[in-house]
Design a protein around this ligand. Structure first.
Ligand SMILES: [Zn+2]
Ligand SMILES: [Zn+2]
Length: 284
């Protein structure tokens, strides 16, 4: 336990360096190439997080073709600097299980409300010891020796990417990576904070989740959070209700899962019919 917690602590050092680098980056600026690098590292790592950590590891909304697809996807997701598969899954499933209660790891309305609640859900919850160092981890991930190792050594992919950035473009690319990592952390934070405070509630969910198009853009589809809470196992989150009917809205994460399906990199993609989705439309 001591070793595991010490290894988890490294993520906080990573986040601190990324935030300081991001501030420095905004002060001194970066080249056009570094800005492109920032964009690419943001999109690739966001998609790895949403496709693998969220829609596969946490919700099993599709099935990768083999273990290597899972390992490569999770390795890239780890490079986002938001811990590994076991840590990510345990908190995310607890969020679904205990949404809006004091047991919810990152609710903007419990235990705190208002601006404090918003900041708590956005980032401060990761500083609470019981969440930083969870007692229990998901059995299925812990039973896979490679995923378990990846969870404990979650910092290796992000350190490798930092080293690669320095090799490719020196300090310019390193600062771009710091800003990219910081934006990734806060975009996912927006999902927890804004995604439960502002936006439309298209479906009946018995919780505060919202469909927020701004967060959906930042998270490449995960911001359709009310739809996700209504249908957690659906590989597609991009649904809204317009004039009482289901409307499919942009969900790049789902597009990637569809592409992976076409390339035979995954199968058993869970999608529901409009008739089924309509049974949960929130009546005005
Ligand atoms: Zn979820
Ligand atoms: Zn939620």
């Amino acid at each position: 336990m001591w070793l595991r917690n010490s290894l988890y602590s490294i993520a906080y050092l990573n986040l601190l360096v990324s935030h300081l680098g991001a501030i420095y980056c905004l002060v001194v600026g970066i080249s056009f190439n570094a800005a492109l690098y920032l964009l690419v590292t943001y999109i690739v790592r966001m998609l790895a997080t949403t496709v693998f950590f969220h829609r596969f590891i946490s919700h099993k909304s599709f099935c990768p073709a083999n273990r290597w697809v899972t390992y490569i996807g999770c390795f890239i997701a780890c490079s986002a600097g938001q811990m590994g598969p076991s840590w990510w899954k345990v908190h995310h499933l607890n969020h679904h299980k205990y949404t809006d209660t004091n047991e919810d790891p990152h609710s903007p309305i419990a235990p705190h409300k208002g601006i404090i609640g918003l900041l708590y859900a956005e980032f401060a919850w990761v500083l609470v010891p019981k969440y930083a160092y969870p007692d229990e981890l998901p059995i299925d991930i812990e039973n896979d020796p490679i995923l378990k190792l990846m969870d404990r050594l979650h910092f290796i992919p992000s350190l490798s990417l930092a080293y690669l950035s320095l090799l490719m473009g020196g300090m310019d690319f390193f600062l771009a990576l710091c800003l990219s990592t910081t934006l990734l952390f806060h975009s996912n934070g927006f999902l927890n904070s804004i995604g439960h405070l502002y936006g439309k509630q298209d479906f009946m969910t018995k919780n505060s989740s919202r469909n927020n198009s701004f967060v959906a853009v930042l998270t490449l589809g995960d911001g359709w959070h009310n739809s996700h809470h209504a249908f957690p196992k659906s590989a597609r989150h991009g649904y809204q209700v317009r004039h009482g009917r289901i409307a499919k809205v942009p969900d790049p994460t789902f597009w990637l899962i569809q592409l992976m399906g076409k390339l035979k990199l995954c199968h058993s993609i869970i999608e529901y019919s409009d008739d089924f989705l309509e049974t949960k439309i929130k009546q005005k």
